[in-house]
Design a protein around this ligand. Sequence first.
Ligand code: NAG
Length: 324
Amino acid sequence: MGLVALVGSFVLLLLLIFRASTWACLFCFTTHEERLSLCRMFVGSEDSKIRKCRDALTDAFEGFSDMEINYDERSHLHDEFTQMTVFLQEVAAVQGEWSFWKAFTSAAAKLKRTIEHLKKAQDCIPPCGVQEAARRFHCWGCFSTICDLPLDCPVQDMLVNRGDQALFSCIVAFQLPESEVTYSWKYAGGGVRTQDVSYFRDLPGSHGYLARIRPVQPRHSGTFSCVILHDQRPLARLYFYLNVTGPPPPEETELQVTFREVMRWTPREAEMIQPWRPSLGELLTRPQALTPGNLLLLAAAAALGSASVTVLVWLLIRWYLSGN
Ligand SMILES: *[C@@H]1O[C@H](CO)[C@@H](O)[C@H](O)[C@H]1NC(C)=O
């Protein structure tokens, strides 16, 4: 334990030293050669004078050492540093009453004002997601970081009464990129409440940020998941646990409920996608869909069909007889 603490504080000490002296915005946005040639223009080629000039330049930008900027603004800031270098070269060329030290401090003050007016990076919005709008560039190491949040969002529990509608909104609180955002939906059936990827299968054909099931049946209970992708890269995974409650309607059997559901099926609802519920057409074209339950359903549909035909024929006969 003691050793770990010792190594830890040593690393911390190193970080502090480097933070203070080695890295800063100046070093992220100007090259060693640029700084060297700038000082040559001010003081000539004598080593000790150049060292003094470089120290003065570093000191002038000391206050920028642990600055954090919006990652999207770094090219803007790079331009500002380039302009500053050009300006300082012009000052060096005329020299006049300007000492390099004065030139550096006034350039640094000007740049500081620019940095203060850069667009700020957005705050990280918990609890989940890859939030590019909140990416920050750190001058003390010339690197960028993103919010330390998981890809998986917590499961949202949805208690829906049997027969009602379940609506899933794949919406996050943080700002998404402006283009190439796509959604893909997955489902883990059998009433499981899970975030384990291996339980999920794709729901092909569902690409919107909204998905709906209507009417909800107990067999729909399980976890629905929506993945938000940007250019194929996942930004967040949302989970909805659908818990179907409520007793079955007293006067209906399970078969009748299922049957009515098939009859209610409309193209508009098909758009919203429930691929695990085969339509009548799919039942006929996919032999593997003919499970005992589905066969029963088909039989019921056939029975209703033939009953209607019988009634129609009977009405025709009555009409024919009454005409005579
Ligand atoms: C589903 O909802 C019921 C009623 O609120 C509750 O008792 C049950 O624990 C829930 N199931 C799960 C898995 O959360």
